[in-house]
Design a protein around this ligand. Structure first.
Ligand SMILES: *Cc1c(COP(=O)(O)O)cnc(C)c1O
Length: 206
């Protein structure tokens, strides 16, 4: 456990830490909690359900299949990977059933990498507008995964584009307050570019 990094991140005002616990054991999660971490991110529903503990706050950060939504509503505080209307409608349906409002982030495909998922950048505004009619979904902001590259200029460009969109949304809607970007290898740059939430796995647990 990288306790130095935890302390460093906890000292940064306005940036929330999501400890990405995929492939980590329940024991590692409990240990992270003893070091002051309370929010955990999982990218697969099955694995999340195996490790779910209501003492902690959980985020889903990976591509989410519509047929899995029913298993996670009521257990996750934030779905960070909303990227289609079909998925939004299913979240709406399941949240309504449980009488709760599900907080979500819209995942934007900021990278050219064909393996990355998310909504095209230019679709974000009309998409978020469309979500307004879904009363059991609350959009808190945006999430992205930048291109995995040593070219930090490219990563910076992507983060700055995300921040620009985030600021635009925020100025129209005070409920929007979260820009989730930055992982183990690029969180410093992400924070410089306006990130309010970093999702870190490897650098914390190894
Ligand atoms: C795995 C993962 C992370 C964390 O990656 P690390 O490089 O281990 O910090 C962050 N976000 C998403 C969406 C992930 O799948």
């Amino acid at each position: 456990m990288n306790t130095q990094l935890i302390k460093e991140l906890q000292n940064i005002q306005g940036v929330k830490i999501v400890a990405v616990s995929k492939r980590r054991t329940k024991e590692q999660i409990d240990e992270a909690h003893r070091h002051g971490l309370n929010t955990f991110g999982e990218n697969r529903v099955q694995e999340f359900l195996e490790k779910y503990d209501p003492k902690y706050s959980w985020h889903i950060i990976g591509h989410l299949q519509t047929n899995k939504v029913k298993y996670i509503i009521g257990k996750v505080d934030l779905i960070e990977s909303l990227d289609s209307i079909k998925l939004a409608k299913e979240i709406e349906k399941q949240a309504a059933k449980q009488g709760l409002i599900q907080k979500v982030l819209v995942q934007i495909k900021i990278s050219e990498d064909p393996n990355k998922t998310g909504l095209p950048y230019q679709d974000a505004l009309p998409f978020i507008k469309e979500l307004q009619s879904l009363k059991h979904i609350q959009v808190k902001g945006l999430m992205c995964v930048a291109t995995h590259t040593e070219d930090m200029e490219l990563v910076k460009e992507e983060f700055m584009k995300m921040n620009q969109l985030f600021q635009e949304l925020k100025s129209k809607d005070p409920q929007i307050d979260t820009l989730s970007m930055g992982m183990s290898h690029d969180y410093k740059l992400a924070i410089e570019c306006g990130s309010t939430m970093v999702r870190i796995g490897t650098a914390l647990f190894e």
